[in-house]
Design a protein around this ligand. Structure first.
Ligand code: MG
Ligand code: FE
Length: 169
């Protein structure tokens, strides 16, 4: 039982670190987007959801009598995604960023699916509930990004072929 709970706590910390990375990535993307207001608005909406998810995870960690501050640094695990998203050197930054966002949302979906199973095994029904609250937000964001990739690509290409118009962000 102690081992089960240790795994659960580790994965709660991992999820919290992942959401901190998500916050950085979403903030960076939203601040750079200039010509794609629909994507920018959706990212800003998900940024607010992400901050709420951090609070929910902190609540779960606190109930397990661990530090809510989550001092353990696990940023490196998901750093690669941040780097992909911060690809300001790419002339197709907006498209690459949306693809990286879609990949990241799917990482989150898999992470919360794992966390939910671990919480169920320990009998932590509150963490199960939290996962059930967060998962639809991640699925909705992943779905939105995938659904809007064709439109975003079309908009990018139309801007790219127009002289004097910036397409990259
Ligand atoms: Mg999230
Ligand atoms: Fe997310």
């Amino acid at each position: 039982m102690a081992e089960l709970q240790e795994n659960l706590i580790d994965w709660l910390r991992d999820a919290h670190a992942m959401e901190q990375q998500a916050e950085q990535m979403l903030k960076a993307q939203a601040s750079r987007i200039e010509h794609y207001p629909k994507l920018k608005a959706r990212i800003e909406q998900h940024l607010q959801e992400t901050l709420g998810q951090q609070r929910l995870l902190e609540g779960c960690l606190a109930r397990h009598d661990t530090k809510g501050s989550v001092a353990k640094d696990l940023m490196g695990k998901v750093m690669a995604f941040g780097q992909a998203a911060g690809g300001a050197v790419n002339s197709d930054e907006i498209v690459k960023g949306a693809i990286a966002g879609y990949v990241f949302e799917n990482l989150e979906i898999a992470t919360y699916t794992t966390l939910r199973a671990a919480a169920l095994a320990v009998g932590d029904t509150e963490t199960v509930r939290v996962c059930d609250e967060i998962l639809p937000q991640e699925r909705a964001m992943a779905e939105w990004l995938l659904d809007h990739l064709p439109e975003l690509t079309d908009d990018f290409l139309a801007r790219d072929v127009t002289p004097g118009v910036e397409a990259k962000r």
